[in-house]
Write a protein that binds this ligand. Structure first.
Ligand code: KIV
Ligand code: ZN
Length: 530
């Protein structure tokens, strides 16, 4: 039966609403935090990807969270995806979320409370009757302010079925328009999920007038399978994140759900508004912003997702791609012609290339990127798309860095103690440093520490090559930990030491940004949601 929804009007029965929670469930997991500018950039990309609802954050969690939800809502004041703010069931939480999403043309409040025996007893210390009352009160309050209200039963998959039915009934009676049943701890298997959604749709009065939503965590690697099981059992909203980021093992990966639907229309005959050709660039943008690359074998967006290594496979693909490819790389944004330009390429061609790769840069950014491209083309025989992406991500996406690397020289060799001399710009001021170390990288990091003193510990140092060949760019990841906070930085260059310095500087910038973030721990701690 087609449903009439306050944000979407009449929704066809086979249309699935894509609810993206990269900026909320994804962002709250360790190491994935983003600043306001980064969130806005991601929000823009998510809108271009075609998500229907964007959960922009958890406004009560901190002033920073509130401001980012509000800024995203302002960005979509004239239209775009529904902007959603998360809240617990307390009135203060709900009103804060209402305030934050207010500027958006279409607003949603997503309120949740735990419903499993374990969570009610241990976490909430509330009786089931008190929880039921909170469901009614929270949804009613949210409905007094916005027409589009989502209610979630946290730990829903481990909730007593009869009690879950009562809660869902209360939420629908109070005016919820979407009912979300999360598998908060990633415990369910597809059969459990199918049973829960079928039961709710059969037993709960008013179930045919609301959208059921699936929100699955990936602790057993079943999040996407569970999401599809929910669709088969009548759910019509999927909650997912780009690259599957999220609490612990993450959430269902949006790109995997979208491509499963597109590729297997024969058995999953539902449609979404996702522009699949934008998937790869959205995934890369997130990886760049958070400095967490996806693993090479990650479905859809991993470096090897469409690479055919074995001779038998290569032979088959050359004869007919369908032998080993179930979807085309182009359908998710991979380009076939990855060989691009060289040192004779001009600015206009470079701009075209960037736009094809999904980047729209302002004039100054374009100039910076073009200068680095020319420099790279002088040093490297061929410049691939991957090189350009690494270069632009490295230099241009991360604007407003307080610390910038201006110059680096390292003297090293057998039998000599390596020495690094560098020039940085810190908050607009030029600073020099010289330091020795056990190796060239160690000396460079010691020099950086002289200019930007910190107590952070180096937790990870990893080098990866962007393309093949000895002239390939190295992409370095540096992970620092300071007072329990983890940050990852990335840098790319044909010189591994320079790439290492860039990565370290990027991580330092993130640490500095974290130091000034104002999130009182007493507010943050209880407001973390799965
Ligand atoms: O996993 C979960 O239960 C959540 C809710 C807040 C929806 O993220
Ligand atoms: Zn969650």
């Amino acid at each position: 039966m087609a449903i009439n929804h306050p944000s979407f009007g009449t929704i066809a029965d086979n249309r699935v609403i894509v609810f993206d929670t990269t900026l909320r469930d994804g962002e709250q997991s360790p190491g994935f935090s983003m600043n306001l500018e980064e969130k806005l950039r991601m929000a823009e990309a998510l809108a271009e990807l075609g998500v229907d609802v964007m959960e922009a954050g958890f406004p009560i969690a901190s002033q920073g969270d509130f401001e980012s939800v509000q800024s995203i809502a302002q960005r979509f004041a004239k239209g775009g995806p529904v902007v959603c703010g998360l809240s617990r069931s307390a009135p203060g939480d709900i009103l804060r979320a209402v305030e934050a999403v207010k500027p958006a043309a279409r607003q949603r409040i997503h309120t949740f409370i735990s419903t499993s025996d374990l969570h009610m007893r241990v976490k909430l210390r509330m009786t089931p009757e008190a929880v039921l009352e909170a469901v009614t009160n929270s949804v009613s309050l949210a409905r007094n302010h916005v027409a589009d209200v989502e209610w979630s039963a946290e730990d829903g998959s481990r909730t007593d079925p009869d009690f879950l039915c009562r809660c869902v009934e209360a939420a629908i009676k109070a005016g919820a328009t979407t009912i979300n049943i999360p598998d908060t701890v990633g415990y369910a298997v597809p059969e459990d999920i199918a049973r829960i959604f079928s039961m709710l749709r059969e037993r709960v009065p008013g179930a045919d007038g609301v959208i059921f939503s699936a929100h699955n965590h990936d602790d057993l690697g079943l999040a996407v399978a569970n999401t599809i099981a929910a669709l088969h059992a009548g759910a019509r909203q999927v909650e997912a994140t780009i690259n599957g980021i999220g609490e612990r093992a993450g959430n269902a990966a949006l790109e995997e759900v979208a491509m499963a639907l597109r590729t297997r229309q024969d058995v999953i005959p539902f449609s979404t508004g996702i522009v699949t050709q934008n998937i790869l660039r959205t995934s890369r943008l997130l990886a760049t912003i958070t400095s967490f690359d996806v693993q090479p074998n990650k479905a859809i967006v991993g470096r090897n997702a469409f690479a055919h290594e074995s001779g038998i496979h290569q032979d088959g693909v050359l004869k007919d791609k369908a032998t080993y490819e179930i979807m085309t790389p182009e359908s998710v944004g991979w380009t076939t012609n990855s060989l691009v330009m060289g040192k004779h390429s001009g600015r206009a061609a470079f701009r075209d290339k960037l736009s094809m790769l999904g980047y729209t840069l302002g004039d100054n950014q374009l100039n910076d990127a073009f200068r680095r491209f020319k420099d790279l083309a002088d040093r490297k025989k061929v410049v691939y798309d991957e090189d350009i992406v690494a270069l632009v991500d490295d230099e241009v996406v991360r604007i407003k860095d307080r610390v910038k690397l201006l110059a680096l020289t390292v003297a090293t060799g057998m039998g000599t103690r390596p020495t690094a001399s560098l020039v940085l710009e810190v908050d607009g001021e030029r600073c020099d440093a010289v330091a020795g170390g056990d190796g060239a990288v160690d000396a460079t990091f010691n020099a950086l520490q002289q200019v930007v003193p910190h107590k952070a510990e180096l937790k990870l140092y990893a080098v990866q090559s962007v393309t093949g060949g000895t002239d390939a760019q190295a992409r370095v990841t540096v992970r620092l930990e300071e007072e329990g906070k983890l940050v990852d930085g990335q840098g790319a260059d044909t010189d591994t030491i320079v790439a290492s310095a860039r990565a370290y500087v990027h991580a330092l910038n993130k640490l500095l940004a974290k130091r000034v973030r104002t999130a009182p721990p007493e507010i943050l701690a209880p407001a973390q949601a799965g």
